[in-house]
Design a protein around this ligand. Structure first.
Ligand code: GLN
Length: 185
């Protein structure tokens, strides 16, 4: 199983560690020629969605990745990665990959609760730890299935091959979300 990890900005290295722990092989996508390799799944890490979105365009990666996801490539997107997948961003920003039927609100938990740790039940997976860092949440979830919420705020959703998480599974001990993703791959 070969998983590509978008490595333009953010915490991609922590995802690679987790994927290797779960028995996958991974490589980094930094430029267009990296997309010539065959791979079974894609991870879009957390970071700053405006920066990653800008680099996706500048490096000419956006359209190819979008087509691959629309053609069924499994993708695990966390935090800024979730914002990249969303068809709508609350602040009126131009969407990026826009492959998933969700609307997201950026930095949505407010200043006081900008970063926090909790645990919650996730559909198909069970109770998992969740670390939030200046996280978005999903405000509308049309074509996607809700996997988890915190006090009514949607923090995980899946639409076929696409899994979007507002939190950072790469920062916790639990590997079950990666195992679930690898089964989809
Ligand atoms: N606040 C970031 C954004 O809006 C996301 C934060 C993260 O990925 N931890 O892009």
């Amino acid at each position: 199983m070969v998983i590509a990890v978008l490595a333009l900005q953010g915490d991609f290295a922590e995802h690679e560690k987790k994927l290797i722990e779960c028995g996958a092989e991974c490589f980094e996508i930094r430029q267009l020629k990296d997309l010539e390799r065959d791979f079974d799944g894609l991870v879009l890490p957390g970071g700053e969605s405006t920066v990653i979105g800008k680099l996706l365009r500048e490096l000419d990666l956006l359209e190819t990745l979008k087509a691959k996801i629309n053609n069924g490539l499994p993708v695990l997107a966390t935090c800024a990665g979730m914002i990249l997948l969303a068809k709508s961003i609350d602040s009126g920003e131009t969407p990026h990959l826009a492959t998933m039927d969700i609307a997201v609100k950026r930095n949505a938990f407010g200043r006081q609760l900008g970063s926090f740790h909790t645990a919650a039940e996730m559909k198909n997976i069970g109770n998992v730890p969740m670390t939030f860092i200046r996280a978005p949440y999903i405000t509308e979830c049309h074509g996607a299935e809700i996997l988890a919420d915190i006090d009514g705020k949607i923090v995980a959703a899946q639409q076929g091959n696409q899994i979007a998480l507002a939190f950072h599974p790469e920062l916790d001990e639990c590997n079950r979300i990666y195992e679930y993703f690898l089964r989809i791959c």
